[in-house]
Design a protein around this ligand. Structure first.
Ligand SMILES: [Fe+2]
Length: 468
């Protein structure tokens, strides 16, 4: 988790440094999720002026973001870093196309129309669109506006049909079955049903094959004073055993924040055992060199790692690659890995910060509800512009195009295993003890657990490690 994601904490930080910040500058920082970078604004030049305006923020932080992106632009060839309006438009078009295809393919949506045609039609219609506005009517019904590539239409989700409490997120793509009324004024759909891309129920096939285990760990935070080195080492020692699950464990996944990094939040230096990020990766490389050679290790970045913050994040660059042995494979974030013909979707999980606020009943200790709402929407960061910085691309990499067998996230430092319509998922545990920030937020992590999935059956096991 990172700091400075809300108005108050950002204002307090500047106040502590004797700086005033203009409302425009503050909005600029919040809109672009630049909170974690604001310490870069507290330089001597600015402190002398005592005032931060939007222009200053743009020139310093945007320059910084660009630099970070250009250094490590190795993800996939078609990701552009210049974030023009056109780039954003293309990303939303990509999202709409992929998700509307999935939604229209469901039986319920047979006979889907363009919004333009639906506006003129009478009686029952079926449309698919991206949510561009959500409000509540005076009578307590929900009103949403959806858009496709040409037109938009409003829909009323009535209380009497039990739809007013339906969780609708800004920018998600939904199907609506309803009756259109285009008597006088703007046409309105009275919705009968909301259709999500969702995960189709699947028959679980237990292949009765010998087990092949994949271990999932996350948020190692090597380099931090709160990294639980003894427990991590005892986990590595367990991997060397030739009994129990360890004997059949063939893959190990580290889903981001593998080191603590530096400059991730103000004053982080105080919390670090190793100050140089490259040395942090070298230290991790030393531990992983102990992992038996026949285990494939997969490492992806998170928000603490030395690649750009905005997603999709590229795999680590060459100089970090050199810190690892050959059985380590570096991956981007997000990524779908195919292991033993099973699809394992990996995502560090920054959008869980947004989802936890948007999904009623979700919280950091019980993140399952938030994970399931992501799966229902077939998108890893359904709401654009929250705490999840995204690089616009003509291909929206956050759409969950193929249904995964296993869905792995981290980032939260909690631990949660669930199953949604046959998709086994885990929010993987951390290897860092409670930090001062978490203490302040009254959050207790659930550290030092490896989740072990059998790729050939529905079994999963939790292994909690203590120091040897
Ligand atoms: Fe994280």
């Amino acid at each position: 988790m990172s700091l400075f994601e809300d108005r108050v904490s950002i204002l307090e930080y500047f106040h502590q440094h004797g700086l005033l910040v203009s409302p425009d500058a503050l909005n600029y920082i919040l809109d672009r999720s630049m909170g974690p970078m604001i310490h870069r604004l507290v330089s001597d030049d600015i402190s002398d002026a005592g005032y931060i305006d939007e222009k200053t923020v743009k020139s310093i932080l945007r320059g910084q973001m660009k630099q970070e992106s250009q250094d490590f632009e190795v993800y996939l060839p078609d990701i552009k870093v210049n974030s023009s309006v056109e780039d954003f438009r293309q990303m939303f078009v990509s999202r709409y196309r992929k998700l509307s295809k999935i939604i229209s393919a469901s039986g319920t949506m047979r006979g889907t129309q363009d919004i333009r045609n639906a506006r003129k039609a009478g009686g029952e219609i079926k449309v698919v669109g991206m949510v561009s506005d959500i409000s509540t009517t005076r009578n307590g019904h929900k009103r949403v506006v959806i858009e496709d590539l040409e037109d938009s239409i409003q829909a009323i989700l009535m209380k009497s049909k039990g739809l007013a409490d339906e969780l609708i997120l800004q920018d998600e793509v939904i199907g609506i079955v309803g009756n259109v009324s285009n008597g006088t004024g703007d046409p309105v759909i009275f919705a009968n049903e909301i259709v999500r891309p969702d995960i189709p129920y699947k028959v679980i096939d237990d292949q009765k094959k010998p087990p092949v285990y994949v271990g999932s760990i996350s948020d190692i935070h090597v380099g931090s004073k709160t990294f639980r080195e003894a427990e991590f080492k005892s986990m590595i020692n367990w991997l060397k055993r030739s009994e129990g699950e360890a004997a059949d464990l063939k893959h190990l996944i580290l889903s981001g924040d593998v080191v603590d990094g530096i400059g991730v939040y103000p004053g982080q230096e105080e919390d670090l055992e190793i100050l140089n990020p490259l040395e942090q990766y070298e230290k991790l490389g030393e531990y992983l060199a102990e992992v038996p050679e026949d285990i494939n290790v997969f490492v992806m970045p998170g928000n603490h790692d030395s690649v750009r913050l905005a997603e999709p994040q590229p795999a680590f660059p060459e100089k970090i690659r050199n810190a690892f042995n050959r059985n380590v494979t570096l991956l981007p974030n997000p990524y779908t890995l195919t292991l033993e013909k099973k699809r394992v979707l990996l995502y560090h999980g920054m959008s869980l910060n947004d989802m936890v606020e948007l999904v009623p009943g979700a919280n950091y200790e019980s993140i399952g509800k938030a994970v399931e709402e992501i799966l229902r929407r077939r998108h890893l960061a359904p709401k654009y512009g929250g705490k999840t910085p995204l690089i616009p691309s003509p291909n929206d990499y956050h759409v969950i195009e193929e249904v995964p067998d296993i869905f792995i996230t981290g980032h939260i430092h909690s631990h949660y295993i669930g199953n949604y319509r046959g998709v086994r998922y885990v929010n993987s545990s951390t290897w860092q003890s409670q930090t001062d920030y978490q203490k302040m937020m009254n959050f207790s992590p659930n550290p030092s657990i490896m989740t072990v999935f059998d790729l050939n059956s529905q079994t999963s096991v939790m292994k909690k490690f203590a120091r040897d």
